[in-house]
Design a protein around this ligand. Structure first.
Ligand SMILES: [Fe+2]
Length: 204
């Protein structure tokens, strides 16, 4: 780590310059950590390592338990937590033929007549946030596995997600890591090979 790593691409269109950043391959994990902590001044609080799994081997109530290695729907991470991490970094040290697409949630919930969209958690015992009312509840949270729409506004908002304009895409053959604002962007992973390793960093 010497400051000579490839320049990460900042994708933010607003005043928060670190809203979304892609780190190309050629960067090292130390460089990603250095950039997040020393350049952006954020704190990496926890790092999880896991692998893409088929349905029967996936964690209960996870997206993989429903979708396995196939395409996953748009979601935000840690959606049932009281304080889901504001920033998340996804790191894939091994190149893989898969991509993750990101959409900006704000326009959907501000302009789609979806105010007072009410969602109820389907796993109340394990979660700490039982209902979410969008767009008033902050941060915005999306996860169709653990939250079901309970009114028409919520159904409408859910229907809009797949057709939302894509903000940016991480192609994991060329990308080492993506750091993004998890309170603003929802992400969806495309189909992937079994056993592809990934790290997920919680950042505040
Ligand atoms: Fe995710």
């Amino acid at each position: 780590m010497n400051g000579q790593y490839p320049a990460p691409t900042c994708l933010s269109k607003n005043e928060e310059r670190h809203d979304a950043t892609i780190f190309p391959r050629g960067t090292s994990i130390d460089d990603v950590y250095f950039h997040i902590t020393n350049i952006l001044g954020l704190n990496v609080q926890h790092v999880e390592q896991f692998e893409s799994r088929i349905k029967i081997h996936a964690r209960k109530n996870s997206l993989s338990s429903i979708y396995g290695l196939g395409q996953q729907p748009f979601h935000t991470d840690f959606a049932t937590e009281v304080r889901p991490a504001k920033y998340v970094a996804l790191v894939r040290t091994k190149p893989v033929k898969a991509c993750t697409t990101f959409i900006d949630l704000e326009p959907i919930f501000q302009t789609a007549q979806s105010s007072n969209a009410l969602f109820a958690c389907t796993v109340p015992v394990e979660s700490r946030i039982r209902t979410i009312r969008l767009p008033s509840d902050r941060p915005l949270r999306i996860n169709s596995v653990v939250y079901r729409p309970v009114n028409r506004a919520a159904e409408y908002a859910t229907q809009l997600l797949p057709s939302a304009p894509i903000a940016f895409t991480a192609h994991w053959e060329q990308t080492l890591a993506v750091m993004f604002n998890n309170h603003r962007y929802a992400h969806a992973r495309g189909p992937i090979e079994h056993g592809s390793p990934i790290e997920r960093w919680r950042i505040h």
